[in-house]
Design a protein around this ligand. Structure first.
Ligand code: APR
Length: 237
């Protein structure tokens, strides 16, 4: 039985902001200020205009490949050498992977994968564009391997994320507005005796069911993770 401290990093778009990737709801230029969710992130939008949807994700895939993991991603990856680390992310970019993290649960899918529209178990790695006419081995159109609004998250991912939350000694929530269900329920499974830290430049409303002691760090992901790294080293836990 590992006696290593169990740390859960629950991340959202904000952790990739310092890598130059847009968040969704940032007041200034969040993705949802420039696109209608219905048009590019729902099955209805896909049925209505698949080319618009493919283009939306092709652009984000290119931006993802041009971006680099930032110090926050890197510290999380480095902490795996000392702690039992799980990353539960709402992000579809691959910056946690490219920083070196190895235990990652993507709740909302992955930009670098495509999927059959006939058989959702047929998933393919991808780095280029998905175009209309690109088909799977069963001859059906390929789509982005993303969980759209109105679609179910994979049970396996939710169950693993809940388990990680229930078992962790420390949960660090980084860069998420916690507005999207059911992903936003994961932190509420953290044991009341475990520590919860929230890293966000904004004052976030975080209401967990139990009376958790939540420590807020009003700063960027990089500043927050550098501070956490320093404290963990100082406490030699
Ligand atoms: N460091 C840390 N946090 C930041 C930074 C930064 N540099 N910049 C912005 N943030 C914070 C914002 O203040 C906000 O609280 O990141 C959060 C981003 O929130 P959202 O844009 O709502 O992103 P997220 O919570 O990941 O969205 C969840 O919504 O549209 C769906 O599927 C999409 O996975 C996404 C889900």
């Amino acid at each position: 039985m590992s006696s290593k401290l169990k740390i859960l990093f629950f991340t959202g778009a904000g952790i990739s902001a310092e890598s130059g990737l847009k968040t969704f709801r940032d007041a200034k230029d969040g993705l949802w200020n420039n696109y209608e969710i219905e048009d590019v992130c729902t099955p209805e939008g896909w049925r209505k205009n698949p080319v618009l949807v493919l283009d939306f994700y092709n652009q984000r895939r290119k931006q993802c490949l041009e971006a680099l993991p930032n110090k926050a991603h890197q510290i999380i990856a480095e902490l795996e050498s000392k702690y039992n680390v799980t990353v539960v992310t709402q992000n579809v970019d691959n910056l946690h992977e490219r920083a070196g993290s190895t235990n990652i649960i993507h709740l909302h899918g992955e930009l670098m994968k495509s999927r059959s529209t006939k058989d959702e178990t047929l998933i393919y790695p991808i780095i280029d564009d998905i175009k209309l006419g690109d088909v799977c081995e069963k001859e059906s159109q390929l789509r982005p391997h993303i969980v759209w609004f109105g679609e179910q998250l994979e049970d396996k991912n939710i169950n693993q994320a809940v388990k990680a939350a229930m078992e962790c000694n420390l949960c660090v929530i980084i860069g998420s507005s916690l507005q999207v269900y059911p992903a936003n329920q994961i932190p509420s499974y953290v044991h009341p005796k475990s520590k919860v830290v929230v890293i966000d430049p904004l004052d976030l409303e975080v209401d967990l069911d139990e009376d958790h002691s939540i420590h807020f760090m009003k700063c960027s992901a990089v500043d927050g993770m550098e501070e956490i790294h320093r404290v963990l080293k100082e406490m030699e836990i």
